[in-house]
Every structure is written in C-alpha cells, then in structure tokens.
Design a protein around this ligand. Structure first.
Ligand code: ARG
Length: 298
C-alpha cells in the first residue's frame, strides 16, 4: 500500500485574475502586466509543488483549462476522505465551469486506483475543502458556511461521510472560505483568525479545543494568506510569513516553509487552496486498513 501523502494541484498555465468574486481579487493589478504575473504564478506553483515533494509527498496535476483561471485552486473542487470524493457545487457562475473538469480529474484518479468513489454534492452550495477541513487529530470535519457554502452543507457532509462535523459559520465577506482563516496543525493546534468567525463558531471552537492549542493569527498573518497553509508532519508550507508568525510556530516545534505565492493572493488564495489532499483517512478507516494488511501479511 502506498503510504506517501498525496496531493492534487492544477497546472497554473491558464491562471489569471479576470473577475472579482471575493474582496481580495485585483484584476486591474493583474492586467497591468499579465505576462510577468503569469510567469510569477508558474514559479510560485512550481515552488509549492517542490515544497510538498521535499516533505515526501506525491503530487498529481490537473491540466490547465483556458478560460477557467480559478481551476488552480483544487481545494475548492471537492472533499476527499477514505477514498471518497464529494465534488463541489460552486456559488458563483464564474467558477461553475470548473465542475466538469474537476469531475473528470476525480474520475481519472479513480481509474488510477487513488479514489474509490466520486459523486457530486446535491442540495446545497459547497466549495470543497475550502469550506470543509479534516482535522486528523480529532477525526472530524470543521465545516464553514456563509459567503460560499450554504449551512445545509454541514448535515449533507456528515451524512455522506458518516463523520462528525462541527459547523463554523463565517462572519465576513473577506474570509469567505474557512481555509482562509482556520488551519488545524498536526500536533492538534489550530491556527486561526478569530474576527473571521461568528460568536457561535468561536463558542464551538473553544468548547472543543483547549486554549493552549489555539494559536491566534494576526490581521497581517491572515491578509498574507499564511493561515491558508498546508501542514504535513512537523512542516507547515505557507505563503511568505511575517517573521513573528514564523517564530511563534518554530517555538512550537514546526518547520515553516515560506513560498512566494503573491500572484495567487491577487486572487484571494494561498498554499492550502492550491492543493487538495487525496489520501486522508479517518481513524476507523485506518484501523480497517491495518487489519486488512495484517490479514494479507498472514
Ligand atoms: N478566486 C478564487 C475564488 O474566489 C480563490 C479561491 C481560493 N480558495 C480558497 N479556498 N481560499 O473562488
């Protein structure tokens, strides 16, 4: 059995910032020098892939599609757990054209044996892992709703995957996906930006996570898309962090890898949403796999 962490990314060759569906998007800045921004985007995407590979991950790539610039954010394409992919329904017409391309990419991963089941989510808007983040330490999904995913998505996800879901309504348009303001780390800590969550969400978070495991990001950390990070073992890969954030995470025993993702920040995205983890397993599924391989091992 392949036990390497596995991610999906998208070729950034067709990335640009052509419309505005979140407050960070700056088409005018992009169009001032599209060629330079495109080059920087390709470099940033390659650097991110290399960072994941340096951590021992395997990265599969979705081909670029002209006219679908936000296809570079596969975290929004679906939720994947225990080999099951639940494919997103986008809120905005600008991104709905991505759905069939991601569906085809997931079917292709299934044909390669990397997924066992692929289905579209029905009855709500839901923007994939952007609003549904697996917490391996607690074996549950943190589910965001508000600007993009609808609140009903929480129950639908819980039913589909048979997992515990904690619903965290989002408070602002600026932090429009949960992954812009919330990041569970491998040691059980949660890096998060409190003003992005409603009172109700903060209450649920504080009920479940003791204070010493809560790491509050600053406004600067959040605006730099550093909360939108990929945590792999003791390494955290993120858009270039402010020094103070790097120090705080290093003190807790993490190795922080900063990548220049500035072209993607012009679209409102960072490291986490440029990736989608494909091999996450819940505790029960992991135990079943172990039992299975013990049987095979005889
Ligand atoms: N321009 C994209 C959008 O607004 C950026 C998505 C970034 N994804 C994320 N999960 N934060 O949909």
């Amino acid at each position: 059995m392949n036990t390497q962490p596995t991610y999906l990314m998208t070729d950034a060759a067709a990335f640009d910032v052509a419309y505005t569906i979140n407050p960070w998007m700056k088409p005018d800045v992009w169009s001032a020098d599209p060629a330079a921004h495109r080059r920087a985007a390709l470099d940033g995407s390659t650097a991110l892939r290399f960072a994941l590979e340096d951590c021992g991950a395997v990265v599969h790539t979705v081909p670029a599609v002209e006219g679908q610039p936000d296809l570079v954010f596969p975290a929004n394409a679906g939720i994947v757990l225990n080999g099951k992919a639940l494919v997103a329904r986008f809120r905005h017409a600008e991104r709905r054209g991505e759905e069939p391309h991601f569906m085809a990419a997931f079917e292709n991963l299934k044909a390669q044996g990397l997924l066992t089941e692929v289905a579209f989510i029905e009855g709500c808007f839901q923007e994939g892992a952007g609003d549904c983040i697996w917490d391996a330490s607690r074996s549950l999904f943190w589910v965001g709703s508000g600007p993009r995913s609808t609140p009903e998505s929480a129950q639908i996800i819980a039913g589909h995957f048979g997992q515990q879901v904690v619903h965290l309504p989002l408070a602002t348009e600026q932090f429009y996906h949960l992954d812009t303001c919330f990041c569970p780390l491998s040691g059980g800590e949660i890096l998060y930006y409190p003003p992005a969550l409603t009172e109700e969400a903060l209450r649920r978070l504080h009920d479940l996570v003791p204070a010493h495991l809560l790491i509050e990001a600053t406004a600067e950390d959040a605006a730099g898309f550093c909360v939108n990070a990929v945590c792999l073992g003791r390494t955290i890969v993120m858009a270039k962090p402010p020094l103070a954030l790097r120090d705080r995470l290093t003190e807790r025993g993490y190795n922080v890898m900063g990548v220049d993702l500035s072209p993607f920040i012009l679209s409102g995205g960072g490291a986490f949403c440029m990736t989608l983890r494909l091999d996450l397993k819940s505790v029960v599924a992991r135990a079943a796999i172990r039992a299975d391989s013990e049987l095979v091992a005889g």
